[in-house]
Write a protein that binds this ligand. Structure first.
Ligand code: SF4
Length: 216
């Protein structure tokens, strides 16, 4: 039995199949943070509708969001669903950012400190925290998500169900510490999870197929 493919091999397959994804779709760190909260439990299409509403209302800045009335913000983010919960989470995150000295304050904070502080914000789990670290704050961290776990499990990787930090370390230890590469990798895994490695996989054309026990 051959060993499961390593992280670099998987990245090569994904990049060949889907090409550069150029994530995260957001024009500013604050917009990326807003998107990271709004994308919880909904499709990206709904997130873009909510972000467009915020943009139309002139609310895509830290100050504007913190000063706006709760009803105004809740109405704008309603397309992303769970407006009350997401409003509270968004405010908790933005208050954390403001209390940390805004973006310059965050930029001066070491990654490990930032990671644990972000994870302590209500409603910000490891995946959301690392998405913010990677895409909004340019920190070289790998984002572990359900698509990554499913892919590794299907490829026979023993760490597929390991706790978040263990699986994150497995990826990071064999990859260059590069924000661009790590950002592409997460985006490619999402693309693969949506296009082929779905709950019911559509394996046609998958470059992992020769080494995938499930695909065969
Ligand atoms: S062969 Fe199928 S199950 Fe295996 S990684 Fe590819 S899409 Fe997923």
């Amino acid at each position: 039995m051959t060993a499961p493919p390593d992280a670099k091999t998987i990245f090569g397959w994904l990049l060949s199949m889907y090409g550069n994804q150029n994530w995260w779709p957001g024009r500013s760190p604050v917009e990326i943070m807003v998107g990271a909260i709004l994308t919880q439990r909904t499709s990206w299409r709904n997130v873009t509708l909510a972000i467009s509403e915020l943009d139309r209302a002139g609310l895509l800045s830290l100050t504007a969001l913190l000063q706006a009335s709760p009803d105004t913000v809740r109405a704008a983010i309603r397309p992303a669903g769970f407006a009350n919960v997401k409003y509270r989470r968004l405010m908790s995150l933005l208050q954390f950012v403001a209390g940390s000295g805004d973006l310059p304050g965050l930029a001066a904070t070491p990654t490990d400190v930032l990671a644990s502080s972000l994870r302590a914000v209500p409603g910000v789990g490891p995946e959301t925290a690392d998405s913010i670290l990677l895409y909004a704050l340019n920190r070289p961290v790998f984002v572990v998500d359900a698509y990554a776990r499913r892919l590794l499990e299907r490829l026979g990787n023993q760490w597929a169900r390991a706790p978040y930090p263990v699986l994150q370390r497995w990826f990071q230890e064999s990859l260059p510490t590069e924000v661009a590469l790590l950002g592409e990798y997460h985006a490619l895994i999402v693309a693969h999870g949506k296009a082929r490695c779905r709950v019911r996989p559509r394996c046609t054309g998958c470059l992992a197929w020769p080494q995938c026990p499930l695909g065969q």
